[in-house]
Design a protein around this ligand. Sequence first.
Ligand code: AMP
Ligand code: ZN
Length: 115
Amino acid sequence: MLSADCIFCKIASKEIPADIVYEDEKIMVFHDLNKVAPVHVLVIPKKHIENMLDAEQEEGLLGHLMKSVATIAKMTNVAEDGFRLVSNTKENGGQTVPHLHFHLLGGRALDWPPG
Ligand code: AMP
Ligand code: ZN
């Protein structure tokens, strides 16, 4: 997919609105439209990368994103009780938006294994 057609690129550039929790020069965090847990935010790189399979050359960006998770977890009040961070990838993973994103889910006990 071209990044010009990508909904998360449009959110990252503020072409379309989102309920933004946090952003810096490299990443953005916003509430999922269809939340499946009391806390459900999406953590995305602003750069268009389709999924983890296209992120092999992105160590710096991924490192920055991952180390930001602790801050985001504290901001969304899930650090104390815990949370899940998941990135659905392609068809079998259930990925519906082809721009790399991590769901940060918390606020309740989550089942394992996933369905
Ligand atoms: P996935 O199915 O893992 O690719 O996750 C995509 C997520 O993006 C879903 O949980 C959707 O609810 C969410 N989503 C899609 N469009 C928007 C949007 N415009 N604003 C916020 N969340 C969105
Ligand atoms: Zn994109």
